[in-house]
Design a protein around this ligand. Structure first.
Ligand code: SF4
Length: 375
């Protein structure tokens, strides 16, 4: 593995609006490239412009903490940070990949979040996060922390082929238990499921059952994309070596698509399977509102719940216009509570959505959404 130190210009990424998966509008990652080297990683695709040999070379933003201290400091900001979780993870490199042992950038960033009294949402695949349980506990007690792990399944054998640099699912589940035992909210990102290997009803059932046994607070599901070019070539090469009989199956579901998405029929079938099994185990299929309704601004809270509603209905094959309303609300500058009588003038808001918004403003959640969350 080659490690290269670089100086970044900024660290905190600000998104246009709240993200309803992570409840965050700000993300940070200190590494570019990832020695976890998951075979399906889309960080390998040309669109991310990660230089060097993906899986081998890692760029370290050595000045990240200095920058972050300035970027988080409310005294230096004309416009204060929005009230939401700060996301640690995502991007094209796991924040707890092996190089973090030496640089401790994620740990030092968490210390800053604690000092600035900010909540954090962390997504990783690495058990190295256990090292930071002390500081994560402190953040959780004061401002809240959510710890999530991603899995393609809980099958150790399949994982050893497709996630060669990552601790096994068994070890990841053990770490999740540790965090749960400390009273920290935890979730599973079941993504991506690997077609014809970890998307089968049997393996998905086993995975979701394990999540339930750990009493995880939520499980978020997604399929796998394979973009033409480096990502697809690399993946198919490993698939061919280990499961050659699956190559024609993959050709059937991965046609030409700019995002590398599988066909609609396949996409629908895995979501139907997920819907059925997650309902069986009664596990929330999005981060539940009780974990964020005291943190987000009211407009963001409504935006997130409406987007989650749209997703939950889609899982059941139903179309709705909640995302349209959410999109309009995310652009408002006035708080919704100051325009209760004019809600119907917002694009996408009809009588049902109006009722849901009023309920959220009053109670912090929607009973309809709560019902759909676990099926
Ligand atoms: S841990 Fe995440 S970023 Fe790293 S290789 Fe795996 S999928 Fe990619």
């Amino acid at each position: 593995m080659a490690v290269k130190e670089i100086k970044a210009k900024s660290v905190l990424r600000k998104h246009k609006r709240i993200d309803s998966w992570f409840l965050s509008q700000y993300g940070m990652n200190f590494y570019r490239g990832c020695s976890h080297n998951c075979i399906y990683c889309d960080g390998r695709s040309e669109g991310y412009y990660v230089e060097g040999e993906f899986g081998e070379d890692v760029w370290v933003k050595v000045n990240a903490i200095e920058l972050l201290r300035k970027e988080l400091d409310p005294r230096r900001k004309r416009i204060p940070l929005k009230k939401c979780f700060i996301m640690l993870g995502g991007g094209v490199g796991d924040s707890y990949q092996p190089v973090e042992k030496k640089y401790k950038l994620s740990r030092r960033a968490l210390q800053l979040l604690y000092n600035f009294k900010l909540p954090v949402s962390i997504l990783t695949k690495s058990t190295l996060i256990e090292r930071d349980i002390d500081i994560i506990k402190k953040i959780n007690e004061r401002n809240r922390a959510i710890v999530s792990f991603s899995f393609s399944s809980v099958d150790d054998n399949i994982s050893s082929i497709f996630e060669p640099g990552v601790p096994s699912p068994r070890e990841r589940l053990k770490t999740l238990r540790l965090f749960k035992d400390e009273g920290i909210s935890c979730g599973m990102f079941l993504m991506p499921v690997i077609p014809f290997l970890t998307d089968t009803p049997r393996i998905m059932d086993e995975t979701i059952r394990k999540a339930k046994e750990l009493d995880l607070n939520f499980i978020i599901f997604a399929g796998m994309t394979l973009k033409d070019g480096r990502q697809k070539e690399y993946f198919l090469d490993i698939l061919k070596k280990n499961y050659p009989h699956l190559i024609p199956e993959y050709s059937n579901i991965y046609k030409k698509d700019i995002w590398g998405s599988p066909t609609g029929d396949y996409y629908k079938s895995i979501h139907t399977t997920f819907d059925m099994i997650s309902k069986k185990y009664q596990i929330p299929r999005r981060i539940p509102s009780k974990l964020f309704n005291d943190i987000l601004s009211e407009n963001d809270l409504v935006t997130v719940i409406l987007e989650q509603l749209e997703y939950l209905l889609k899982l059941q094959g139903k179309e709705s216009s909640y995302r349209w309303a959410a999109n309009s609300i995310s652009k408002l500058t006035d708080p919704l509570s100051s325009m209760k009588k004019d809600l119907r003038r917002i694009n996408g808001v009809g009588p049902t959505t109006e009722r849901i918004i009023l309920e959220i403003l009053e109670t912090g959640t929607s009973s309809y959404y709560e019902k759909l969350l676990t099926g």
